[in-house]
Design a protein around this ligand. Structure first.
Ligand code: AMP
Ligand code: MG
Length: 401
């Protein structure tokens, strides 16, 4: 059976960035830029007043100046400053010719006769003025291809007029829940039935991972219904199925996927929970879909999503093949790890009184169907396949959830 590392490498090989698309800037936050963007303007576009005050020539020593003009932001000054004159200027306005300094209004006093008294201040050249192009020169690259577009990148892209940008779009992730026992979440399950909690869980976690989720609902464990669901799922960039990939008599998912032309890359990973994981790729001219058959138990589904699907989404989105952040934290208590397979266990990181820094507790849980235990966790503790006795204080790797 493949190790988690081997399986991840096989997923990574397939998770290359999807084709760029041109989107409005308002839709680009959180995506990766797919072009170098150059500025079409100098910024600021003119020598700019950075305070409300008086624009003056710093080499002029006259304590009282004639105010010759009032310059608001958005207007162009008409008059040049000469010896003995000043212009009232507002923040953001262009500096008039002949002026190199703004004296803040608080340091001045307006006189009756249209003059201003510059109360004993000693203006420095360039004070409170941002020179033209000090931030960006026209033609400068302001954001490079491959950069993650955070709010600050949105700000500069807007400043340089990029209403439309080429980005790696959010991967579309289709979610199909399989199982005869499943009913809609708004229904009360009858005897032998359970609600389709995985559908909601996977749609939510796909959205949180930066994808655009599409919920395909429930398919019965029946070839015809599965075929129909698979046909719809293959229209997405990533197709996530839950259930039907184990060794049960009605686990038809691998068969139906193969028949639909999805090439199996691997089936089963040495991981607990999550062993039945199935992964394959569907290709058709220039369309491609990465297909994940996740085990039906909710905790297994979630663990496989975090370990394999989340990094794949990041890879497709151009963010590099990466999952959530990990932390090395020391174990609060001793733990006996049975080994055999790598383990991913619900853990809770906390800062306990009197300790220096954070520690992690491995939570008691009822196995891979115990979703409630995961709600008490804030991390997954990752342990290797080797059996080991971990004394309290052992540093362990925690994947943040
Ligand atoms: P399977 O992988 O189909 O063998 O399912 C394993 C376990 O997960 C069974 O107990 C199922 O009832 C449960 N299960 C399967 N699909 C879902 C789902 N969509 N939501 C919640 N539990 C599920
Ligand atoms: Mg099933």
């Amino acid at each position: 059976m493949l190790t988690v590392t081997e399986a991840l490498a096989l997923v990574q090989e397939q998770a290359k960035p999807i084709a760029p698309r041109r989107l409005h800037l308002s839709e680009a936050a959180g995506l990766v830029l797919a072009e170098d963007v150059a500025s079409d303007v100098d910024s600021p576009p003119h020598d700019k007043a950075m305070m409300d005050g008086y624009a003056v020539d710093s080499s002029d020593i006259a304590p009282v100046r004639q105010v010759i003009e009032e310059i608001a932001a958005g207007v162009v000054p008409r008059l040049a400053i000469t010896s003995g004159t000043a212009a009232r200027i507002m923040t953001g306005a262009p500096m008039p010719a002949g002026a190199d300094t703004v004296i803040p209004v608080e340091q001045t006093e307006m006189l009756e006769n249209g003059c201003v008294q510059l109360g004993g201040c000693n203006p420095r050249q360039g004070q409170n003025v941002l020179p033209r192009a000090a931030s960006v020169r026209a033609g400068d690259i302001v954001v490079r291809e491959g950069a993650l577009i955070r709010p600050v990148e949105i700000g500069i892209l807007a400043e340089v007029g990029r209403a439309i940008v080429a980005v790696r779009p959010r991967p579309r992730v289709a979610v199909l829940s399989t199982g005869n026992e499943l009913v809609q979440i708004a229904e009360r399950p009858g005897p032998g039935q359970i609600r389709n909690s995985n559908g909601s869980l996977l749609v939510a976690v796909a959205g949180a991972a930066g994808a655009e989720p599409v919920d395909l609902g429930i398919a019965r464990d029946e070839i015809g219904e599965l075929r129909d669901g698979v046909r719809r799922g293959l229209a997405a960039d990533v197709f996530v199925l839950s259930g039907g990939v184990s060794a049960g008599k009605f686990d038809f998912v691998p068969q139906v996927l193969s028949e639909a032309g999805v090439r199996q890359v691997f089936h089963k990973v040495a991981l607990r929970p999550g062993r039945p994981l199935w992964f394959g790729v569907w290709t058709d001219s220039n369309e491609r879909t990465l297909v994940f058959g996740l085990p039906g138990n909710p905790v297994s589904s979630f663990v496989c999503f975090e370990l394999f699907v989340r990094p794949a989404i990041a890879g497709l989105a151009g963010r590099g093949f990466a999952g959530n952040a990990t932390m090395v934290v020391s174990l609060q208590h001793a733990y006996d790890h049975a080994g055999g397979r790598a383990a991913c266990l619900p853990g809770r990181i906390s800062t306990s009184e009197g300790t220096n820094g954070q520690t992690i507790e491995i939570l008691s849980w009822g196995g891979s169907a115990d979703m409630a235990a995961l709600t008490r966790a804030n991390a997954l503790v990752q342990l290797p396949a080797e059996p080991m006795r971990l004394p309290a204080g052992t540093p362990v790797t925690a994947l943040m959830i």
